[in-house]
Design a protein around this ligand. Structure first.
Ligand code: M6R
Length: 609
């Protein structure tokens, strides 16, 4: 997501902050800023756009002298990219400057609380709430103010803090968002990621949740939230810059696969309060929903395959007919749509040309357009009537993984929300569904803990010429994405088929040794899938089965290898079954020596038709 770097030493800080931020550019960002404490007090410079815009504004850092500073690259979550929404955010009285990674979930509540007490806000960010709260609680003791803020804010944060009254101090605190302290000679640093400070030091301490670091030029003190001093181990970093950028992973794709538990958690948890779904960000009412006779889900590629899951989830929970369509088809086929149609647009980048054109077609026809987008302020977000953001952070690998998982999570929340509004599910049923969604991050985590089983299977079959994926219902929906993942990064020919279609043609492709991946997680359709597996086995196929833990034994009797996933509500199973499939695609591509993060002929964002 965003990037943080901070410096306290004897050299000019701003040039180093720019250099450190440059090392974090790979993470993606839309604006940048620095705050420096110098002869003129605390000065802040911020600019929307690339880092070089900021660098030009401050003459490479020379325009804001000072030897203590914090810098930030922002990936917008609350409020569109703009100078004013960039970090550092400052408190109204100018006492505090703050850079922040993460999401303050209760920022609206806290903001309203402060506004009622006369505090004036200038940005739309959740981060400004932290700066304002610090000043609100400050009585000369920064540590105490930080402690009170930490008590009040909910969500995730890594914070770098400067206080005007302490020109020789740099403060840092974190919860659920990484922050490291770099140790130098006569200078010390903070950073969200190792590459930012690797040119200066390889000695680092990792802050843990609710730990506070107080940096001076010659020393770093670590404290727990009650102010007790902590001894922290110093770690020596051996990584080179390239592996540091990938957080030690070999590829961004694996890093992003492993980020999914957090990305899903960050996307859902701010939208669940007291056991209920709160979608503050959209204005759709019960009356609006009653008007819709049909929902179209329109998107491209992986986002379209989220749409296929959405069809099953929304139809089964809400009872409104849903059609999923690829945007390049939808835009040219005169779909029957109008004011009684809700069009759900899904896009990671928010800039995909066909998806944007489909959105405009829908608007032109008078449809209500709700979009699920990852990039704040993107064209699709700007042109939609309502937007739900996936808070996945920037996705760098071309192969979409965490975007898929977070889009699915929002689809589930929408389906439950619609079902509740329309009275299609009782409050108890909705609570049970919601509890299942909330459990997904830890279930994904548990699957990632067994990567090596999939790696082993991949090592035996990475030379396959063709691979077929079969499934029924939501397993068919997940098969489509599993097949796309494999083909786009490993260049192995692969197809996904609805298992019931096998005998209508595709089964003629099966011969001795053909690899078939059978997704059989849907309990109600398990026996049907077993029949399909028998059919392909009888023709010589090698079968990798994916099923829930309770069906492990039954499937093991038929398949050559089985990878179990935890049980969840039927509609949510794709969130779990896709994890071994992402890993399978990754390991196969890796064993074939493919360029995993930048597969041939593909671009991350397809902004032309
Ligand atoms: O940015 P979008 O979500 O609109 O992109 C849509 C597709 O281009 C994208 O999902 C593509 O299929 C993925 N790179 C596949 O992994």
């Amino acid at each position: 997501m965003c990037g943080i770097v901070g410096y306290i030493g004897r050299e000019e800080s701003a040039p180093f902050l720019l250099e450190g931020l440059e090392k974090l550019e790979y993470r993606g960002y839309d604006s940048a800023g620095v705050a420096v404490y110098g002869p003129d007090g605390l000065r802040v410079a911020k600019a929307k756009g690339r880092l070089k815009v900021l660098a030009e504004k401050i003459d490479g850092g020379r325009a804001i002298p000072g030897t203590v500073g914090i810098g930030h690259t922002r990936w917008a979550t609350h409020g569109a990219p703009s100078d004013v929404n960039s970090h550092p955010q400052t408190s109204a009285g100018g006492k505090f400057a703050v850079v922040h990674n993460g999401i303050i979930e209760n920022y609206l509540y806290l903001k309203n609380h402060l506004i009622r007490r006369g505090v004036e806000f200038v940005s739309e960010t959740d981060t400004e709430v932290v700066a304002q709260l610090l000043e609100y609680y400050y009585d000369g003791n920064v540590m105490e103010a930080i402690r009170k803020v930490v008590e009040k804010v909910e969500g995730s944060y890594a914070l770098g803090i400067l206080c005007e009254d302490f020109p020789d101090r740099l403060f840092a605190v974190r919860k659920d968002s990484p922050l490291i302290v770099g140790l130098g000679r006569g200078e010390n640093y903070i950073a969200s990621d190792i590459p930012a400070i690797l040119s200066k030091t390889r000695d680092i301490c990792r802050l843990k949740d609710n730990e506070i670091a107080v940096l001076t030029r010659s020393n770093v003190g670590f404290f727990d939230i009650d102010g007790y001093f902590l001894e922290k181990p110093v770690e020596y970093i051996e990584w080179d810059v390239e592996s540091a950028e990938k957080g030690g992973y070999e590829h961004f794709m694996m890093k992003e696969i492993c980020e999914q538990p957090k990305a899903v958690h960050d996307t859902i948890s701010p939208r669940i309060r007291d056991g209920r779904i709160v979608l503050d960000d959209i204005a759709l009412t019960k009356e609006d929903l009653e008007r819709f006779r049909k929902i179209f889900v329109v998107a491209c590629g992986t986002a379209y395959y989220v749409g296929v899951v959405a069809k099953y989830a929304i139809e089964s929970m809400v009872g409104i007919p849903v059609e999923a369509d690829v945007a390049s088809e939808f835009r040219y086929r005169s779909p029957v749509i109008g004011p009684d149609t809700l069009v759900l647009i899904i896009s990671q980048s928010g800039e995909t040309a066909d998806t944007l054109a489909a959105l405009r077609e829908a608007k032109h026809a008078g449809c209500r357009v709700l979009s699920i987008v990852n990039v704040v302020g993107s064209s699709i977000a700007n042109e939609s009537d309502d937007v739900l953001y996936t808070w996945a952070g920037p996705e760098i690998s071309v192969a979409s993984t965490k975007a898929y998982s977070t889009q699915l999570a929002l689809v589930y929340l929408l389906a439950i929300h619609f079902a509740e509004l329309l009275g299609k599910k009782s409050p108890e049923e909705c609570a049970a569904l919601l509890a299942a969604v909330e459990k997904l991050p830890e279930q994904i985590e548990s699957l990632l803990a067994h990567k090596e089983n999939i790696q082993f299977f991949a090592s035996r079959y990475f030379n396959a010429g063709d691979i077929y994926f079969i499934g029924r219902n939501i397993d068919y929906a997940a098969s489509l994405e599993a097949s796309l993942k494999l083909k786009e990064i490993s260049y192995i020919h692969s197809e996904a088929y609805a298992a019931g279609e096998l005998k209508h043609g595709p089964i003629s492709l099966i011969e001795e040794g053909t690899l078939v991946v059978a997704l059989a997680t849907h309990t109600g359709l398990f026996d049907k899938m077993m029949s399909n597996i028998r059919e392909v086995k009888a023709r010589g196929a090698v079968v990798l089965g994916i099923t829930t833990e309770d069906k492990l034994e039954a499937l093991t009797a038929q398949a050559d290898m089985v990878f179990p996933i935890p049980s969840t509500e039927t509609c949510f199973l794709p969130s779990l079954s896709i994890i071994p499939m992402q890993l399978f695609a990754y390991y196969v591509a890796s064993m074939k020596g493919c360029d995993i993060d930048k597969p041939r002929n593909l671009a991350k964002s397809v902004t032309v038709e």
